[in-house]
Design a protein. Structure first.
Lengths: 67, 262
């Protein structure tokens, strides 16, 4: 079975899965995270049209405290 | 006393980090006590929609009340490419073009990598960011960062979180003298209010710190102490510190000896 990684965790891949659809499946609000695919930023406006491919590395980032 | 960072006028010269506080309420109170108008924040990878125990909400509420500014960082990045991607994500999440650029080149000291830092700064400035580079006190690196389009520099006082104060006052004084007019902020290594006052007396424009307040026995009281030290140091610099002399110079004017007792 083909896979991709979500924050370094293997996930089953399926054809046509977009970044936006994945976030919805994960129950993540669109404005609660920022996304990057294979190390490149994916803006909110491009999540619908950005399809995840086998072997891709998807990164979700959320705000935290910092120095 | 006001100053300007990327077109935004600030009254306070204290920039405060938001990590490591005992609770969101202590953080909120510390920010209030500090008078800081710029708060640094971070980003992390997340698998689950887990909360952060209300810290980010506390920061946003406090900033809304004070009219301050968020300064997201790129902590944890080791390459320019990583830092640029994280900065772009920060801009979307925090809705600001301000970015504290951190690109670490050594795990032991967390010393910035000057080559990756300059490279990232060039890319980010071209992409419309207002870059606050966390850098060493090396004059030539600082000049390269200015060449890249940075309008502010944030040299370290000592390694992050070490609390050692200003390890190389000579280098910091040199930066101040060689880069007149450039907003300079000492970032990292400050442990005590006296360290912050020293930086301000050198002519630095601001101080950014986190651990010294968050790890204090009473973070709220320490935030207030730093706020006063930074303001006092700035006043002292503006007033003009007297020149040092090797030998004593009597401060009381006397004409000869008051008594001649033999």
């Amino acid at each position: 079975m083909s896979e991709f990684t979500l924050n370094q965790q293997p996930q089953p891949w399926r054809e046509g899965l977009s970044v936006a659809a994945l976030l919805a499946e994960q129950g993540r609000a669109a404005d609660a995270v920022a996304t990057a695919l294979n190390g490149a930023f994916v803006p909110r406006g491009r999540r619908e049209t950005t399809l995840i491919q086998p072997g891709d590395e998807l990164t979700l980032i959320q705000p935290i405290t910092g120095g | 006393m006001s100053w300007t960072l990327y077109g935004r006028t600030l009254k306070s010269r204290f920039l405060l980090g938001t990590a490591g506080y005992p609770s969101p309420d202590v953080l909120r109170q510390a920010v209030h006590a500090s008078g800081a108008q710029v708060l640094t924040v971070g980003l992390k990878r997340t698998l689950a929609a887990a909360g952060d125990n209300g810290f980010v909400a506390a920061i946003r509420e406090t900033l809304t009340a004070s009219g301050g500014h968020l300064l997201p960082n790129t902590a944890g990045c080791r390459t320019a490419r990583e830092a640029v991607t994280l900065a772009q994500m920060a801009r979307e999440l925090y809705d600001t073009t301000w970015i504290k650029l951190e690109v670490v080149g050594d795990e032991y000291t967390l010393q910035p990598d000057p080559w990756e830092l300059v490279s990232a700064a060039e890319m980010l400035v071209k992409d419309g960011f207002d870059v606050f580079p966390y850098c060493t006190d090396d004059l030539v690196t600082c000049r390269r960062l200015l060449d890249a389009g940075c309008q502010v520099l944030m040299p370290w006082g000592a390694p992050i979180g070490s609390g050692q104060g200003l390890l190389n006052p000579f280098a910091l004084r040199t930066l101040r003298e060689r880069l007149p007019g450039v907003p300079l902020i000492v970032d990292a290594g400050i442990g005590a209010p006296s360290h912050a006052a020293q930086a301000m007396e050198l002519g630095f424009d601001g101080v950014l710190l986190n651990s010294a307040v968050a790890q204090a026995g009473d973070p709220v009281c320490m935030a207030a102490a730093f706020g006063q030290a930074i303001a006092a140091g700035r006043l002292g610099y503006e007033a003009g510190v007297m020149a040092k002399q090797d030998m004593a110079v009597a401060s009381t004017p006397v004409g000869g000896r008051p008594f001649l007792i033999s």
